[in-house]
Ligand binder design. Structure first.
Ligand code: MSP
Length: 510
């Protein structure tokens, strides 16, 4: 039986249309999902939309549409985003689905049975934009007396009856849990943030609202609507078929919840507490990535600089966009999106480094070896060094991917690509043609083997262009996973006529 791997994106609020911030989270998960499939895992990759709560209700009201119609419409835009980004999700969950409401009700009942829920009254600050409660001391007061959450979202004073979750009683158990699971929160700096937040003491959490109706009713007291974060987090177990039985139940606990840094507290404090209270296993890891700014500015509707994923894909191509987003910024850090940087990486790293390596060696095979994959001859030290570096990539990348080091993984591959270009310059197979034909063939074969490894491990990042590169190397469709790298390609395989995989990007002038 194959080992299992379950990865999730956050589910996206449907108050807004998709932008590259959303595409980024989803893309990172897609690369991991594809990598794990390539490495022999049975993968479940989940994404979807977060459709309840006050924020979505308000957005529907502003649009003058009933909430269900509104969410139906905007949810489709997120499905389309996944398709535009070439994302290979196995399921798409919507919190308005019956399967999800059933899971929420069951989770609630379990928290109640555990004695962790009580009825009280909430009096305090709430930010609709973040769908979050804040303590007075977390807020910033503006000169006009109004207050803002740390995220910049306006807060309002809320007084209403509410059910509470006894989060305060979970403080010590959470700290023990983080201690016992040092890899649960990544990167390290985020883990420290969470630890100090929890050490500072936890208040009981308001988990129901009565001032609006768009959400999942509390079992036995339907005047109350479940707090949208309790509802939303539950999506990750809903999709495994819980509380029913089903073929996907074995995927829980999730291996990784990928989230942005803004939603860390919900995933690393509330979620494990809910799960432990309900007697369910906790996810293995939460990774919080950074935020993108656009040409140095915060992305916002009012600045008019919001970038839709489709704009980038149309302008630069899907694989270049995917490559850039994961290459430009060390995963976990904040980053700045600039078109100039994207174009430069396309031209230098894709067209020059990788494209030229492929084009130079494949066109020599086409011209000088009758288009047939050459056989290997005796190895020199230069050959062995390059081949060893290439064959070390799968293990190196496995470690990088398990710690979500996408940029480092790509740098590892590019070291080999650059070494390949150095090798071809040194070995000069075009000159060997006249002096030592068998050596020329051997050198071209070494280059083909190196490219095969490179294209194989890069498939999760750039599926379309790497499939084309593997086609050109004559790699059979069923021999493109990591395990297949152990079997050499058959010498004499007829290769198709080489074609450039990465054209240079020439900027339109005027
Ligand atoms: N609905 C909640 C998540 C519930 S998960 C149980 C939510 N949705 S969101 O649509 O507002 O954000 C989803 C993700 O997009 C978050 O991980 C957030 O960090 C990410 N991003 C939104 N803007 C972003 C950038 N500018 N840059 C990078 N990621 C950003 O939160």
């Amino acid at each position: 039986m194959k080992p299992k791997f379950y990865v999730t994106t956050p589910i996206y609020y449907v108050n807004d249309v998709p932008h590259i911030g959303h595409a980024y989270t989803t893309l990172a998960c897609d690369v991991l999902a594809r990598w794990k499939r390539l490495d022999g895992y049975e993968v479940m990759f989940l994404t979807g939309t977060d459709e309840h709560g006050q924020k979505v209700e308000k957005a529907a009201e502003t649009a003058g549409v009933a909430p269900q119609d509104f969410t139906d419409r905007v949810s489709i835009a997120f499905r389309e985003m996944a398709a535009i980004m070439g994302v290979s999700n196995d399921d798409f969950i919507r919190t308005t689905e019956a399967r999800h409401k059933a899971a929420c009700a069951e989770l609630w009942k379990r928290l109640e049975a555990a004695g962790d829920i009580y009825l009280g009254g909430y009096e305090g600050w709430y930010a609709v934009r973040d769908e979050a409660f804040y303590d007075e001391d977390e807020l910033r007061t503006l000169p006009d007396g109004s207050k803002l959450a740390p995220s910049g979202a306006p807060v309002e004073w809320v007084v209403e009856p509410s059910y509470f979750f006894r989060l305060g009683a979970w403080q010590e158990r959470l700290l023990a849990f983080y201690e016992a699971n040092p890899d649960f929160i990544a990167p390290e700096a985020r883990r420290n943030e969470v630890l100090s937040f929890v050490r500072g003491g936890l208040r009981d959490l308001s988990i129901s609202r009565t001032s609006f109706t768009w959400g999942v009713p509390v079992p036995g007291d339907p005047k109350h609507i479940m707090y949208v974060w309790l509802d939303a987090l539950t999506n990750y177990v809903t999709a495994t078929g819980w509380p029913g039985e089903g073929p996907r139940r074995d995927f829980w606990p999730a291996d990784l919840h990928m989230v942005g840094k803004d939603i860390l507290r919900f995933h690393t404090v509330y979620w494990p507490a809910f799960l432990m209270s309900a007697g369910l296993p906790t996810p293995k890891r939460i990774f919080a990535h950074g935020w993108w700014t656009i040409e140095g500015e915060k992305m916002s509707k009012s600045l008019g600089n919001v970038i839709a994923p489709a704009d980038l894909v149309n302008a630069y191509g899907l694989d270049a966009t995917r490559y850039f987003l994961l290459r430009e910024v060390p995963f976990g850090n904040d980053g700045n999106f600039s078109r100039k940087a994207l174009i430069s990486r396309m031209n230098v790293e894709l067209a020059n480094d990788l494209g030229n390596l492929a084009q130079r060696s494949l066109s020599l095979i086409a011209r000088n070896c009758a288009g047939l994959l050459p056989a290997t001859g005796p190895h020199t030290e230069d050959d062995t060094t390059l081949l060893a570096a290439a064959h070390a990539l799968p293990a190196q990348l496995r470690a990088r991917m398990d710690t979500q080091g996408f940029g480092d993984a790509l740098e590892d591959v590019w070291k080999v690509i650059r070494a390949g270009n150095g090798y071809i310059d040194r070995q000069a197979p075009w000159a060997l043609k006249k002096t030592d034909l068998p050596r020329m063939e051997h050198v071209l074969r070494v280059l083909a083997d190196v490219q095969r490894v490179v294209a194989t491990v890069l498939q999760p990042f750039m599926p379309t262009s790497m499939a084309r590169m593997l086609d050109q190397l004559g790699v059979p469709a069923d021999a493109r996973d990591l395990a297949a790298l152990a079997t050499p390609l058959a010498a004499g395989t007829a290769l198709p006529a080489p074609q450039g995989v990465f054209p240079r990007y020439v900027e339109e002038v005027g």
